[in-house]
Every structure is written in structure tokens, then in C-alpha cells.
Design a protein around this ligand. Structure first.
Ligand code: MG
Length: 158
């Protein structure tokens, strides 16, 4: 039986932090605040995999009170979730995701994100969709106070 999962995430944008999305460093004057590298897209996809497996959320596996995960590369979390899926006989069928960020424009980075995520998810990049939206100058995204990401993952039984 196939399993579907949903994940979302939000991080505050602040000066003096890197902005990492889907494992790719984005050239930006503001970065994402957080305990780990604050990669909102990777967190959303990781949560979607945990969700598909009904294994709780990223915070229950990697609490932000744990110093081991300070500035951690979020692909560690993603790889762990993929491993949990594999252990239960599942493989990723496809991922669809949307990043919400007012600036900079993410189009130049999307292909690299898809490639990085595909490697971590052990799929070809045509199974990984990354879309980007702005906040249309409203809400926390539109006011450049936050970056958001949402993701849906389908797992197929091998
Ligand atoms: Mg997060």
C-alpha cells in the first residue's frame, strides 16, 4: 500500500545567518534563524516522510533542545527519514513542494535543489518538484520576516 505525507515549516529571516533551501546556499542579505541550518524546505520534506510513516514529526526525532543538532546540516534529518522509510520497505515515489519567500527570486536555484534532494531521497530528479512563490508583500513572508515551505511526499511499498 502506498502512503502519503504532508509537511510544512517556517523560519524567521534575520541578518547574519545563511539561507539554505533544499541543501542549496541562497545568496541573500537575510538568512533563516533556527537551531539547525534552518533549511525550511528540507524540514518540510523530512516531516512529510515522517508523516507518511506516522512516525511523529521532525522535532520528536531531532529536538531543538539537543546541542547535537545545533547548526546541523538538515540533510542529516532527511537521510534519517529516508532510512526509516527504507527499513519499513518503502521508497519515495515523488515529492511536490512549494517554498514561499519574498526575495531573492529562487528560480536560478531550483534545479540545483531538485538535484540535491533527489540524491538524498534516492530518486531521479524528475520525481522531485520544487516550486517557489512570493508572499505578494503581505503576511510574514511578504514582509520578508519569514521563509515558509510545504511538501507532500508519496511513498510506495517496494
Ligand atoms: Mg524547521
Amino acid at each position: 500500500m502506498n502512503r502519503i505525507g504532508f509537511g510544512n515549516d517556517i523560519h524567521r529571516l534575520v541578518p547574519g545567518r545563511p539561507l539554505i533551501l533544499g541543501g542549496v546556499a541562497i545568496d541573500s542579505d537575510l538568512g533563516a534563524d533556527g537551531h539547525s541550518d534552518a533549511d525550511a524546505l528540507t524540514h518540510a520534506i523530512t516531516d512529510a516522510i515522517f508523516g507518511a510513516l506516522a512516525l511523529g514529526d521532525i522535532g520528536s526525532h531531532f529536538p531543538n533542545s539537543d546541542e547535537r543538532w545545533r547548526d546541523a546540516e538538515s540533510f542529516v534529518f532527511l537521510r534519517f527519514a529516508v532510512g526509516e522509510a527504507k527499513r519499513r520497505g518503502f521508497a519515495v515515489a515523488n515529492v511536490d513542494s512549494t517554498i514561499s519567500l519574498e526575495a531573492p527570486k529562487l528560480r536560478p536555484y531550483i534545479e540545483q535543489m531538485r538535484e540535491c534532494l533527489a540524491v538524498a531521497l534516492e530518486v531521479t530528479h524528475d520525481r522531485v518538484s520544487v516550486k517557489a512563490k512570493t508572499g505578494e508583500a503581505v503576511d510574514a513572508v511578504g514582509e520578508r520576516r519569514a521563509v515558509k515551505a510545504e511538501a507532500v511526499v508519496l511513498l510506495e511499498k517496494k
